[in-house]
Design a protein around this ligand. Structure first.
Ligand code: NDP
Length: 243
């Protein structure tokens, strides 16, 4: 049971998978701390929807790649309330073949997708360890498991999250904090608006893109009491794209 006032921190919760996850966790009884980068309108809309479900929602706007900004937003807050669940969903893609990839494309993606994980989880982990209970879910990608041409930066960042989660699971398991990864395939969000359907759909055994809610439902499960013996795992939500 998710108790009253239990908090889930959803990083990258203003749009797409993070948005669906924040709404699903609110339905499960969590109050939500919702972080985003700069889309105030989208974040405000999610907050209204969460409040309409009778849950509280605090908004935090910062660039996850900026350690000082993450600290300024969350370090004092977690001394008052430790989040029970943390979902790291913030992420970007800047696709290019490696031969043409600029350092800016490489560094921006690694800084947001992988350093962002360090910046956020490092900031909140001590407070969670003191509670001796919790859930951490990282959103990776099938691209981090199998590699995708044109995504060397993105695949590296997403594979990095899987390694980080496995190592962290070994560190915090005895503190009753479960750490898992959810690895989506191609999901209908703004990130995948330009994905060529005619080329990609034949590769997906279910012959469709996923909905953000289908990812959110698995994340939600991992943030309940039910997955009591699921730890350090990578759970694919990909319609069979990677089997
Ligand atoms: P969206 O582009 O729809 O949403 C991205 C979210 O991350 C927004 O809330 C955005 O905030 C936030 N964000 C982006 N950059 C930063 C930053 N520098 N600092 C803080 N917040 C940031 O993405 P999706 O929902 O599609 O993707 C969510 C996660 O799932 C990502 O990690 C992505 O890599 C992963 N994923 C997505 C797949 C897909 O097919 N869509 C497939 C596999 C993995 P703001 O609104 O302010 O910009």
């Amino acid at each position: 049971m998710i108790g009253p006032g239990e908090v889930a921190l959803v990083v990258g919760g203003s749009r797409g998978i993070g948005r669906a996850t924040a709404l699903r966790l609110a339905e499960s009884g969590y109050d939500i701390w919702l972080t985003y980068n700069s889309n105030h309108a989208a974040a405000g809309e999610v907050r209204s929807l969460i409040e309409a479900k009778g849950r509280a929602c605090e908004l935090f706007s910062f660039d996850v790649g900026n350690y000082e900004a993450v600290q300024a937003a969350l370090a004092e807050r977690v001394q008052v309330t430790a989040p029970y669940a943390v979902v790291f969903s913030a992420g970007i893609a800047r696709d290019n073949l490696l031969v043409w990839m600029s350092r800016e494309e490489w560094e921006t993606v690694i800084n947001t997708n992988l350093n962002g994980f360090y910046n956020v989880v490092h900031t909140v982990l001590f407070s969670m360890l003191s509670q001796k209970r919790g859930r951490i879910v990282l959103i990776s990608s099938v691209s981090g498991q199998t590699g995708h041409a044109g995504q060397v930066n993105y695949s590296a960042s997403k594979a990095g999250l899987i390694g980080a989660a496995k190592a962290l699971a070994r560190e915090v398991g005895r503190k009753n904090i479960l750490v898992n990864v959810v690895s989506p395939g191609v999901i209908e969000t703004e990130m995948t608006e330009d994905v060529p359907r005619d080329k990609v759909l034949p590769l997906i055994p279910q012959r469709r893109f996923g909905a953000p809610e289908e990812v959110a439902s698995v994340v939600n499960f991992l943030c309940t009491d039910d997955p009591s013996y699921i730890h350090g795992q990578v759970i694919g939500v990909n319609g069979g794209l990677a089997i």
